[in-house]
Write a new protein. Structure first.
Length: 76
């Protein structure tokens, strides 16, 4: 799992927000996007944050970031 490609598009704060939001969804009972085996769950100790990180690294989380556009200067 390589998140290098993803970090070029998101700041570290955006990554933390995406993973945190998805981990909260998983902790509240949302269905998982990735298919994981029982051994995978045991290896990561059933951690919602680690599951969310795996989904982020696989680029399957359907969350987008809205950034404000820069303001244009007056052309007077």
């Amino acid at each position: 799992m390589n998140s290098t490609k993803m970090t070029q598009h998101f700041t570290k704060y955006e990554i933390a927000r995406i993973i945190g939001a998805r981990a909260l969804q998983i902790a509240m009972g949302a269905p998982l996007i990735l298919k994981l085996k029982e051994e995978d769950f045991e290896k990561i100790n059933f951690s919602p944050v680690k599951i969310a990180r795996m989904e982020f690294d696989a680029n399957v989380i359907p969350i987008t970031i809205k950034r404000p556009l820069p303001k244009r200067g007056d052309a007077n």
